[in-house]
Design a protein around this ligand. Sequence first.
Ligand code: HEC
Length: 194
Amino acid sequence: MLAMNKFRILGTTVFVIAASIVITSCKDKRSTGWEYAPNMYEHTAFDPDQANPNFKDGKTAQLPPAGTTPIGFKRFDYPNTKDGYEKAGLEVTSLIAQTPAHLAEGKALFTTFCSPCHGITGQGDGLVVQHGYPPPPSYSKGQSSRGGAMKDLTDGKIYHTITYGVNAMGSYASQVAPEERWKIVMYVHHLQNL
Ligand code: HEC
């Protein structure tokens, strides 16, 4: 019995291998082969870069109407200029509740994203600086390169800086979400008083 089974298994394996060689060998090299569920590849929806007769300009990718805000997107309509920075400094204030939990989250985020340069206590002595990076001014004792004392930087100015960066400091807009930025701002205010 066992010997019979062995032959059967062997026979089936040889047949399957032979069949797959026959099936796969005589194909047009450029063909994608047989598609299982072709709608996964050739779907009925338009691709963003496809021509589209349903719109006046014939394109699928349409610009959103002027003034629209995507769901969940927090607007910050201040440009990356000195004027935008000053204006945000006057007009923009924190959107989040000033709670100990938010401060603790701000501390954790600051430690991750900012302390490598600014230092754990915001004195501008982080690890990267110890290896030769230009030191940022101390939050409590330094002067801002854009005028005024660092300890007087307002909500809007700090938020603008995290969003766009300034000189040797890059933008953190892609790493840190708006709510997280506000938590970091809260913690920077704490460090301004050290
Ligand atoms: C790669 C190093 C580096 C990192 C990381 C960094 N900064 Fe800076 N930051 C600097 C330097 C350098 C300056 C001084 C730039 C200047 O004024 O020329 C600065 C300046 C600032 C200022 C002062 C802006 C002003 O108006 O003068 C603030 C506020 C600030 N950083 C906040 C942050 C926060 C918050 C984070 C974390 C999200 C952060 N930075 C991460 C290097 C860094």
